[in-house]
Design a protein around this ligand. Structure first.
Ligand SMILES: Cc1cc2nc3c(=O)[nH]c(=O)nc-3n(C[C@H](O)[C@H](O)[C@H](O)COP(=O)(O)OP(=O)(O)OC[C@H]3O[C@@H](n4cnc5c(N)ncnc54)[C@H](O)[C@@H]3O)c2cc1C
Length: 275
């Protein structure tokens, strides 16, 4: 994180933009417990969009539905998302994060409803889930924008690939489907949310062999991770974006992520010493 405040995130975005790297802002938080808090988050994102538009920054936002009140009511959450979508420009995407598996159905339901009214809403899908192939097939007729990630939560082997190798293969296969869909005009934006350099190169090779343009090949990474790869992608004409998280909720968020997946600590330590 560049800092706790939105202004710190915007400053980081300005520096990234110098290197032709776009930003995606996300205010850390999840599972809000009351409506007032969800409304506050919604107002905050409306303010963020206003700041982005005023500053002309190359930036989008990514939201978590449980932060917009999904645990309280799906309709209430949808209304909050709708207000945010109504404020975003038509050529920018509002990304919807995917949370733990118990939220996937509810998230997809809200996403599909939103997509019916706002073509500029994007969804994050997780390659570790067996169901994702089918979810992609069901979404494609609706012209979704998709950010594909491996998945960050601890899920049981009954619903998610337990082995990294299988997750990576499923990622590759889903990514190929997404690229083909984008070329066929069925998927306005596809983004690969990964730091896996080997996988990115394999995907870029597939893209080159199949006429998928570099200018549509988008990789999104977390702020400060694999910086060299972020820079290289931007330099070489790929679409490079960085998820810039901010907010005061960073400590509980970090502890929760660690509890779910202790490997995150190893990642963090490696990147800390590499930078
Ligand atoms: C832009 C973006 C949005 C995301 N949104 C979601 C979401 O909505 N839902 C969801 O479930 N998950 C989300 N994730 C997290 C994602 O699911 C993975 O948990 C995370 O990206 C690690 O997987 P990887 O693809 O980077 O590959 P891995 O094979 O796990 O990692 C590849 C290499 O990248 C480095 N690395 C990976 N992660 C980290 C880290 N956290 N810190 C330091 N180094 C790291 C390590 O060097 C590692 O060897 C998002 C990730 C990104 C980049």
């Amino acid at each position: 994180m560049p800092g706790e405040s939105l202004s710190a995130a915007m400053e980081a975005a300005r520096a990234l933009e110098q290197k032709k790297i776009a930003s995606v802002f996300t205010n850390l938080g999840e599972n809000v417990k009351d409506r007032a808090e969800a409304l506050q988050v919604t107002e905050h994102y409306l303010e963020v969009l206003r700041s982005i538009h005023e500053s002309g920054l190359l930036a989008e936002i990514s939201v978590k539905l449980t932060q917009l009140g999904l645990d309280l009511s799906a309709d209430f959450c949808f209304e909050n998302l709708e207000r945010i979508l109504a404020r975003e420009k038509k050529d920018s995407i509002v990304w919807v994060d995917m949370e733990a598996s118990s939220y996937v159905d509810a998230t997809l339901d809200i996403y599909k409803r939103a997509l019916g009214k706002f073509p500029n809403v994007g969804i994050c899908l997780q390659a570790y889930l067996y169901r994702t192939q089918k979810d992609v097939e069901e979404l494609l007729p609706l012209r979704p924008s998709i950010r594909l990630v491996k998945g960050a939560y601890k899920e049981p082997p009954a619903i998610a690939y337990p082995k990294k190798l299988d997750v990576d293969e499923n990622y590759f296969s889903l990514a190929k489907t997404m690229m083909a869909a984008q070329m066929a005009g069925r998927c306005p934006r596809t983004a690969f949310g990964t730091h896996d350099v080997k996988l990115i190169r394999r995907l870029a090779e597939h893209a080159a062999q199949n006429g998928f343009p570099k200018s549509n090949f988008e990789v999104q990474m977390l702020y400060g991770i694999q910086r060299e790869e972020q820079d290289r992608l931007a330099r070489e004409g790929y679409r490079s974006a960085v998820l810039v998280a901010y907010g005061t909720y960073w400590y509980p968020w970090f502890v929760r992520r660690l509890a779910e997946r202790p490997a995150n600590l190893w990642f963090m330590a490696k990147n800390l010493f590499a930078s």
